[in-house]
Design a protein around this ligand. Sequence first.
Ligand code: HPA
Ligand code: ZN
Length: 328
Amino acid sequence: MSFQSLPKVELHLHLEGAAPPAFIRGLAQEKSVDLSGVFNEDGTYAFRDFVHFLSVYEAATQVLTGPEAFARLTHAVLEESAAQGVIYTEAFLSPDFCGGGDVAAWREYLHAIQEAAEATERDSGIVMRGIVTCIRHFGPDQAKRVALCAAETAGDWVTGFGIAGDEMKGKPGDFAYSFDMAREAGLRLTAHAGEWGGPASVRDAIRDLRVERIGHGVRAIEDPVLVEDLAERGIVLEVCPGSNVALGVYPRFDKHPIARLRDAGVKVTVSTDDPPFFHTTMTREYEELARAFGWEDEDFRALNLTALDAAFCDADTRDRLKPKLEPT
Ligand code: HPA
Ligand code: ZN
């Protein structure tokens, strides 16, 4: 069966990482930017491994100059998500690519992104919220600038703060100051961990950054005591199985630990991460999980209820969306 029309909640999507390759090529042409090395001959994004992925990703963002480009990107990404049945999406937004961490510039980019999101919600019904995200390999000082951008724009729409980028650079504790600033501004917290780092990276993120959700976190499976701890504390994992398979963290969907984590009582959710890079969509994720683990509509409904409960939106938004997850 196709899961396309099943209503879905997505918690882990990098806005720039969701840019369709044709969209980036179109902007490159408009702006006369040379993107050689970014694409394969068949037009898909070209990368060899995770670190190379990050550099191709950053190269592609060179064409996203100015708030208008981000408004168009937001519209394109949300239209595609809505077509995949997504009713609510939380996207990682990077002030690093939106004015370099300058608060005044960030406000202009954010205004454009939010306006595009609200226009798309009026057309397609999809609801978006933003998680401002620092980039680990840009270092703790730059992260403080990004955290200030987040704190200055925290509210009903920018509702979270996170960290992405190269998980093997530095330690979570190096970013504690930024996470403290974000927490004090009322933002809810998530961190990428346990994708490239082992179980210790997940423990460190929880202890040092005091996050309530973990981006990926799947390598927690290597430590049964940690798995139990995640279940007990109700820490939510933003699991992106197709991303993990595409980047070689696991060889195939049926080797992915998401089912074992779920069965151990860990709150798991499903997202796409950077869908065109990883040749995936929310529909494909569900299809692959159904094939690998025999999951059915009811399993996915439970995942989506977990995701909505863990969403960084206000109670009114949650209450408005919940009936859409009811079985029809
Ligand atoms: N992982 C870590 N950092 C990232 C990613 C990702 O998938 N996408 C964009 N930044
Ligand atoms: Zn990610």
